[in-house]
Design a protein around this ligand. Structure first.
Ligand code: NAP
Length: 479
């Protein structure tokens, strides 16, 4: 049921449509380049039909009770958990991450369905005290309507789960355009929603080249909201394209996370945590540690610790248990990482661990460099690979200044035993999320999102559902 073969069709209005007359997009396993299957390359006409069915479905879906929606979303969550093994294998096949991380991602996705199944029951409005007699001021929360979601390949399950679960819980319907590298995990979510009994048209998946699909979605005034996760460049493009129809936007864009280790930090804790912050998903997460900022008093000691831990990591086939780092997603992605690494070396960065040896496949062993400066491209650009870029600071003040020296503002991490420093630094970091003594910050209960060029809007938490709700003010004259 959750195989590339059984999921090679778009999902529109509750029907699996393979569109035999259309060209198909091939999907490869990034570990060995074998072809896994293909999905239809849907065009603007198909997208327009998806919008129409989504609008029709919205009429009845918005009228369902919160209890009905909650029950269906909970059923979807338990199906995700029940089929964890099959869904995770599919995810690893098309995306490459280690199977243990893929299982974690399915559980993480299920937690959003569970969370929003509960949050739908708490979409309270207000009654506001009136300044004049005989008037009542009432505030209602209503679903926005038809939503479009465009999602990336790095978390092909979770990025859809945290959008779709919130939208559906709010009473919206949704059309998802998944990343072309990883459409099967998106289609698998649709399969789970179908099995859970969600009505036709409530969730639709349109696969294919992004431009025609996105243009049709952005041009439509029926689509009231875009929720996008991906690069800052594409986020800006979509923001421009959505201006004419003035859509509500949630933009979860690129990051450039500083990982700050102050002089008094527990270095063993920080080093262990660093592995998660840097190498999870082969370094291809928006909240990956991009710049490792180390107090000069502990820099060498810390680099030695992370070097010895990094050298033990197993790089290889994500499907095998015991693999820590799978392949990068594509040759373009690998070339970009090598480009950033070589640029840094040519400008004076020094290799502290790993080698400058490029293999012909998409695997890459960890490389740790130090003496990183602002002149290097990776100071501002997301590395998106297993390269740790270390720089030193002399004072706490300088650490904050270096950390904030970025156009992005998604996640930041800091390690210290000084409670006062931890609070003061967290308040001054220009980031949407700050992890103190831990980089495990992603939870359904917590608001995920950035500031500056990392975008706006929040996913998860009690704030996440608000992104899909409009406020209606009703004024009542009782006189
Ligand atoms: P991307 O190139 O921006 O692609 C993301 C999505 O946008 C894909 O579905 C892609 O479709 C689509 N797209 C590409 N060009 C488009 C266009 N011209 N018009 C409309 N849609 C277009 O990003 P990515 O490389 O997949 O993902 C990595 C980026 O996502 C990184 O910057 C990362 O930091 C960011 N990210 C952010 C968060 C967050 O929560 N802030 C989470 C995860 C990832 P195709 O795949 O078909 O090209």
């Amino acid at each position: 049921m959750f195989t590339p073969h059984s999921l090679g069709a778009a999902f529109i209005n509750g029907t699996w449509e393979s569109f035999p007359d259309l060209p198909r997009l091939s999907v490869d396993n990034p570990f060995n380049s074998s072809v896994l299957g293909a999905v239809p390359n849907c065009d603007s006409k198909i997208t327009e039909r998806a919008i129409e069915v989504s609008a029709n479905a919205f009429r009845s879906w918005q009228a369902t009770t919160v209890l009905e929606r909650s029950t269906l979303l909970k059923r979807a969550a338990s199906l995700l958990r029940e089929h964890e093994a099959a869904l995770a294998s599919l995810l690893t096949l098309e995306q490459g991450k280690p199977i243990s991380q893929a299982k974690g991602e399915i559980q993480y996705g299920a937690s959003y369905f569970e969370w929003f199944a509960e949050e739908t029951r708490r979409t309270y409005g207000d009654v506001i005290p009136s300044p004049s007699p005989g008037r009542r001021i009432m505030v209602l929360k209503e679903p926005i309507g038809v939503c479009a979601a465009i999602t990336p390949w790095n978390f092909p399950h979770a990025m859809i789960a945290r959008k779709a679960a919130a939208a559906l819980a709010a009473g919206c319907t949704i059309i998802v355009k998944p990343a072309s590298e990883t459409p099967f995990s998106a289609l698998a979510i649709a399969k789970v929603c179908e099995l859970a009994g969600l009505p036709p048209g409530v969730i639709n998946i349109v696969t294919g080249d992004p431009e025609p699909i996105a243009k049709a979605l952005m041009a439509s005034s029926t689509v009231r909201k875009l929720t996008f996760t991906g690069s800052t460049g594409v986020g800006k493009l979509l923001m421009r394209q959505s201006a004419d129809t003035l859509k509500r936007l949630t933009l979860e864009l690129g990051g450039n996370a500083p990982f700050i280790v102050f002089a008094d930090a527990d270095l063993d804790l920080a080093a262990k945590d660093f592995l998660h912050a840097k190498y999870r998903n082969a370094g291809q997460t928006c909240i990956c540690a991009n710049r490792v900022l180390l107090h000069s008093a502990i820099a060498d000691q810390f680099i030695d610790k992370i070097a010895s831990l990094s050298e033990q990591l197993k790089v290889g086939d994500g499907s095998l248990s015991g693999t820590d780092i799978g392949p990068l997603i594509s040759s373009d992605a690998k070339e970009k990482v090598w480009g950033l690494l070589n640029d840094a070396i040519s400008k004076g960065a020094r290799i502290r661990s790993g080698k400058l040896e490029n293999s012909s496949d998409l695997l890459m062993k960890p490389v740790i460099i130090d003496k990183v400066t602002k002149e290097m491209r990776l100071w501002e650009e997301e590395i998106f690979g297993p390269v740790a870029a270390c720089a030193e600071f002399q004072s706490d003040e300088e650490a904050i200044k270096l950390a904030n020296d970025s156009q992005h503002g998604l996640a930041a991490y800091l390690f210290t035993r000084d409670l006062s420093l931890a609070h003061r630094a967290a308040e001054r970091l220009e980031y949407g999320m700050v992890g103190i003594n831990s980089s495990s910050i992603s939870l359904a209960e917590a608001p995920f999102g950035g500031v500056k060029q990392s975008g706006f809007g929040r996913e998860g938490s009690r704030y996440g559902i608000e992104e899909y709700l409009s406020i209606k003010y009703v004024s009542i004259n009782l006189n």
